[in-house]
Design a protein. Structure first.
Length: 80
C-alpha cells in the first residue's frame, strides 16, 4: 500500500470483499464497486493474494479447527 494512489479505504474494502465472500467476487465487480479500472483492481487483488499466501511462520494449522462457515458444493438448488 506504500506510495499508492488508491485510497486506504478502498484497499480495506477490497480485502473485506475478498475474504468474506462465499463465492468468488470477480475483479470486474470489485472495480465497479470501488470505481477503479480493471487493471488497477487486478494489481490490487494480486498484491492482496500474495500477502495472504505468505505466512509469518509458514506453519500449517494443527489441532481442532472449527470453520466459521463453509460451502462444499453439490447439485442442490442454488449451487452452480
Amino acid at each position: 500500500m506504500d506510495k499508492t494512489r488508491v485510497p486506504l479505504t478502498k484497499w480495506f474494502l477490497a480485502m473485506f470483499w475478498m475474504s468474506h465472500d462465499k463465492g468468488e467476487r470477480s475483479i470486474a465487480q470489485i472495480g465497479r464497486k470501488l470505481e477503479l479500472s480493471y487493471a488497477t483492481v487486478w494489481l490490487l487483488c494480486h498484491k492482496i493474494r500474495s500477502v495472504i499466501g505468505e505466512g509469518d511462520t509458514g506453519d500449517i494449522l494443527e489441532g481442532h479447527i472449527t470453520p466459521d462457515d463453509a460451502f462444499f458444493g453439490g447439485t442442490g438448488e442454488g449451487n452452480r
